[in-house]
Design a protein around this ligand. Structure first.
Ligand code: INI
Length: 162
């Protein structure tokens, strides 16, 4: 059995981040986690492009445009959807999850999912640099790994293919 190597090196990769402004206090922490993780992995700051959108519901449309541009090896989607008293939460969650899945499937560009869906703001902050880590950083690392995997599957020289 041969496995594709797990690779999270950032040098030479160009990454787009789409971040929802809604629940801004949480979003900026997710963005900082993602930025730090990409920097640590070796992605050049000039190769990290950030697109702000109003809320999580708008994230898939911006992600689609960025993915279709052909400029990026992978995308990172960030935001926080926090449960309220109405079913609105469910519709926004479904919109962003289904939408991002569709973007990946339509374009073949990896989209890492760093959109929090929580019951309250404390749960969100715990996952945005608090006790539960930073899901923005985790999403950034997932984006790098998937960029390498997709590149390896698409174009391995025959002798090196698993
Ligand atoms: N958008 C979020 O990103 N998080 C939320 O918690 C949220 N809530 O709760 O309403 C939210 N709503 C806005 C939505 O994403 C759109 O921006 C808006 O409906 C305009 O299309």
């Amino acid at each position: 059995m041969r496995s594709y190597p797990t690779e999270r090196e950032g040098r030479g990769l160009r990454i787009a981040i789409v971040v929802a402004r809604f629940n801004h206090l949480v979003s900026v922490r997710l963005l900082e986690g993602a930025r730090e993780a990409l920097d640590t992995a070796g992605v050049r700051p000039d190769d990290v492009h950030v697109a702000w959108v109003p809320g999580a519901f708008e994230v898939p449309l911006a992600a689609r445009a960025l993915a279709k541009s052909g400029r990026y090896h992978a995308l990172v989607a960030l935001g926080a959807v926090i449960r309220g008293d109405t079913p609105h939460f469910d519709y926004v969650c479904r919109g962003v999850t289904d939408g991002l899945r569709d973007v990946m499937q339509a374009t073949g560009i990896p989209v890492a999912f760093g959109v929090l869906t929580t019951d309250d703001v404390d749960q969100a902050l715990e996952r945005a640099g608090g006790a539960e880590g930073n899901k923005g950083a985790e999403a950034a690392q997932a984006a790098l790994e998937m960029a390498h995997l997709c590149a390896a599957v698409a174009a391995p020289p025959a002798a090196e293919a698993p």
